[in-house]
Design a protein around this ligand. Structure first.
Ligand SMILES: Cc1ncc(COP(=O)(O)O)c(C=O)c1O
Length: 468
């Protein structure tokens, strides 16, 4: 334990200082040999000096997420306190979706969900045994990731649009309207829920992929005219490619006029709810029916930890209608079983690591972190737009910035990224956005500064000299 924690502390500290490469990618089979995986699996013996060597090799071949030049994906740099919270969760190993199997973890999750509901502007769930359980209130549950949260929210929407689907299977008339830039987990959820990809109707959008509310109204009317049953409209609070936000007030007007469920994907961008300066990006989100919000993106929780939240608890209660006599039965208890609201059966106490991140610096500390990264997105965009060699895809609204060297092709972005990564000095991603491919920064790391971004831009110009 002491050896592992010493090695990890040193690894994290070196990362924060930008010491060593961001990522190196040895060939997989070679890495398996270096780590001596087959021998260790077969014979055991991962302790003492062998453990130390293994850990050194393992860490050397890990993407150094704490490195300030790791600015590619929407992955949190875990708060040090959240790492400890994760350890508490793993060591206690309480499958807390049944209260009696993890009262502390279940209570912590209940509290963080209520905190999130309040941030959205929804009524928290009364504590069991206190308050009126029949009073109008929202609900939520933590899931292992945003994709599962998305599936849960859409299962709840399906139960409202087509309650018979659970027993009879889905009505082929069901349709879900989503912007083409929606995260792929929406399309995947429709496949899993039995609607098929034919149910996915592209929402009309502006040139930056944001839903055009007047066009949405026309699309819904057209679908209704065709006899389709509209299960949901989905909107983005921080689209994956560029972090842009839809206009939730205008979209809610349209959805309410048509009596349609509005689902907001805030996996990345719902954290702006914490910031008085950026909260306006989410104006109207409280009129949605469901929202997903990942703590393992912009709230410094290690993966996986995402929330699915609904304005009315009954919607989540109706999403699944399972029978399992060993779990679901009447009993007298003081707590709350989240199991009826979640896909997962054995569910880890993921709220604990999230709670540790929140409770380390409090809500204000988390808000400061979110604001600092959104501010950095704007500063990076200012530098990029002000440089004659670069062009920006669009002014960023969040901490995701898409850009490229002027005059470079779509294929050129892939080559340039490869060349950048080969230096080991920086990690960026690429994406298609508004019809072409861009380099993409996701500025999640609290250690990343504008100087790191300027150094990355200088390196990019340098590698571009050799690009053919
Ligand atoms: C907007 C958006 N929604 C959903 C997801 C899926 O979340 P997860 O990776 O936690 O499954 C992502 C992932 O990046 C995302 O960017």
């Amino acid at each position: 334990m002491a050896r592992v924690s010493a090695a990890l502390s040193e690894y994290v500290a070196r990362g924060e200082m930008g010491d060593g490469p961001v990522v190196e990618q040895p060939a997989m089979a070679e890495l398996a040999e270096r780590l001596d995986l087959e021998a260790l699996i077969g014979q055991g013996g991962l302790s003492g000096a062998r453990l130390e060597r293994f850990l050194a090799d393992y860490l050397a071949a890990s993407h150094h997420i704490q490195h300030p030049a790791s600015m590619g994906h929407q992955v949190s740099v875990p708060h040090p306190a959240a790492i400890l919270g994760g350890l508490v969760d793993v060591a206690t190993n309480n499958p807390m979706a049944i209260y009696e199997m993890g009262p502390a973890a279940a209570t912590v999750e209940f509290a963080v969900i209520n905190w999130m509901l309040r941030k959205v502007g929804w009524q928290p769930h009364p504590w069991p045994g206190r308050g009126d359980p029949d009073s109008p209130h929202g609900a939520g549950v933590l899931t292992h990731g945003g994709s599962l949260a998305q599936l849960t929210a859409l299962a709840a929407a399906r139960a409202q649009a087509c309650p018979e689907a659970w027993q009879e299977g889905v009505d082929p008339a069901l349709a879900v309207v989503a912007p083409p830039d929606a995260h792929y987990s929406i399309a995947r959820a429709l496949g899993i829920l039995g609607l098929g990809q034919r149910a996915l109707i592209p929402a009309p959008c502006d040139e930056l992929g944001r839903i055009a509310p007047e066009g949405l109204d026309a699309t819904l009317k057209e679908l209704e005219g065709q006899g389709r049953k509209i299960m949901a409209v989905t909107a983005n609070a921080g689209c994956t490619a560029a972090g842009l936000y839809d206009d939730f007030s205008a979209i809610a007007d349209v959805c309410e006029a048509h009596g349609v469920w509005l689902h907001v994907d805030g996996a990345h961008g719902a954290s702006a709810l914490l910031s008085p300066r950026y909260r306006h990006l989410l104006a109207g989100v409280e009129r949605a029916h469901s929202l997903i919000w990942d703590a393992h993106k912009m709230m410094r929780a290690p993966g996986l930890c995402a929330a699915v939240l609904v304005r009315d608890h009954a919607w989540l209660d109706h999403a699944f209608q399972q029978k399992a006599s060993y779990l679901f039965h009447d009993k007298e208890q003081t707590g709350f079983d989240a199991i009826s609201r979640t896909i997962e059966c054995t569910k880890a106490g993921i709220g604990t690591k999230f709670f540790f991140a929140l409770a380390a610096d409090g809500e204000q500390g988390m808000a400061d972190y979110v604001e600092s990264r959104y501010d950095l997105g704007r500063e990076a965009a200012r530098v990029i737009a002000g440089h004659p060699a670069f062009e920006l895809a669009c002014p960023p609204q969040a901490n995701i910035v898409c850009f490229r060297i002027k005059g470079t092709s779509d294929a050129g972005q892939l080559r340039l990224r490869k060349a950048l990564l080969a230096t080991g000095k920086v990690y960026v991603t690429t994406t298609e956005f508004a019809g072409s491919r861009w380099l993409r920064l996701a500025l999640m790391n609290p250690a990343t500064t504008l100087a790191d971004i300027e150094a990355m831009l200088a390196l990019l110009l340098d590698v571009a000299k050799n690009d053919s």
